[in-house]
Design a protein around this ligand. Structure first.
Ligand code: COA
Length: 326
């Protein structure tokens, strides 16, 4: 079985830090309420000259430069996102020229919302495992979001949670145990801001009415605490591993309370769960990539570490996979 080996990571965060106190100046909320309900203290928002595409490019460039891999060895460029600069062209395709990457390889975006990391990594793995281009055994996989542009300033249930940022990995394959668990359940039909789902974003209509993320927070919470333990258990068991074999559990950073709930319900050691939601907020498809990059920067990842990635999000979707650090 071909498993995923992460070779290097990259990180790009926008320049503006928005604290809970900043939000409290413009809407009825307060630092204590937000921290208690979500564990979030601050998040980053893009400022002048910053955008999803630029953040993705910066993170991918950083991961690529650190990898020691030549551009001729890159066989695939993927981006997990729901908030690129354009519906088309894709964020991934816009990296070809600035990174001087080969023209004869696929460039594509994947939209699985906050499950984006596991979806993108699994599809990159499957593509590389098909071995269509043996000279190009590496993929650059990036997660980016610029959710600040999709937040309704008058909706305090969403604008306290989401943030912007990008993370990237260069990955390849190695022999080893591997499994992924990906899925969706569209029957969770809660009418939420137009689309029938508990988190949704409508495409702008012909009148160019702004399009905002809508969310039924309680329903999403209930879904998350049900699906994350399932995802984690399924993936670990399908890979022939035990929980003790996992060095780090890296969950989508939606809400500290959700992660705490998973730790308690599964009786797993809290110190094996990396959490950065306090200073990054929820960056949807970027969040697990940002965790990986921060962990590498902090020296928390060691050669041969086994990492369990798990996310959930709009769709409602879920995704988890097990990967190894170089
Ligand atoms: N600041 C202060 N008060 C707020 C508030 C805010 N930002 N947002 C809502 N409130 C108020 C509500 O108006 C309500 O007041 P009321 O009791 O007088 O009616 C009260 O706080 C409770 O609101 P409720 O919506 O029931 O809060 P909650 O405990 O469900 O917390 C979330 C809201 C969004 C923090 C929580 O549901 C959550 O985290 N859900 C998961 C969301 C998530 O993870 N999304 C990402 C998925 S990828």
């Amino acid at each position: 079985m071909y498993s995923v080996k992460i070779i290097s990571t990259g990180l790009a965060l926008p320049s503006r830090t928005i604290t809970n106190d900043d939000l409290a100046k413009v809407e009825e909320t307060d630092d204590a309420w937000i921290r208690k309900r979500t564990g979030i203290g601050e998040r980053r928002f893009t400022g002048d000259g910053e955008s999803a595409n630029q953040l993705a490019l910066d993170a991918a460039r950083s991961a690529f430069e650190k990898s020691g891999v030549s551009k001729e060895q890159i066989g695939l460029v993927m981006v997990a996102t729901l908030s690129g600069n354009y519906s088309t062209p894709s964020v991934a395709s816009q990296m070809q020229e600035p990174l001087s990457l080969p023209k004869d390889i696929p460039y594509l975006d994947v939209n699985a919302a906050c499950s984006g990391a596991a979806y993108a990594i699994e599809f990159a793995r499957s593509y590389l495992a098909a071995n269509l281009n043996p000279q190009k055994p590496y993929a650059i996989v990036t997660g980016v979001e610029e959710l600040s542009k999709l937040l309704d300033p008058s909706d305090r249930t969403t604008n306290i949670i989401f943030g912007d940022g990008a993370g990237a990995v260069v990955m390849t394959l190695e022999e080893g145990s591997y499994a992924s668990t990906l899925g969706a359940e569209s029957s969770l039909a809660i009418n939420c801001g137009g689309a029938k789902n508990s988190i949704s974003l409508n495409t702008p209509d012909a009148s160019h009415t702004p399009s905002y993320i809508r969310m039924d927070g309680k329903e999403v919470f209930r879904f998350a605490v049900r699906i994350l333990p399932y995802c984690i258990s399924e993936t670990v068991s399908k890979a022939g591993l035990t929980f003790e074999d996992i060095d780090w559990f890296i969950c989508h950073q939606a809400n500290k309370r959700i992660i705490d709930h998973v730790v308690r319900a599964m009786k797993l050691p809290k110190e094996k769960f990396y959490c950065n939601v306090d200073h990054i907020g929820n960056t949807s498809g970027a969040s697990i990539f940002i965790c990986l990059a921060e962990m590498e920067e902090q020296g928390l990842l060691h050669s041969g570490d086994t990492l369990l990635l798990a996310g959930f999000g709009s769709g409602l979707t879920w995704g988890s996979c097990v990967v190894r650090y170089r």
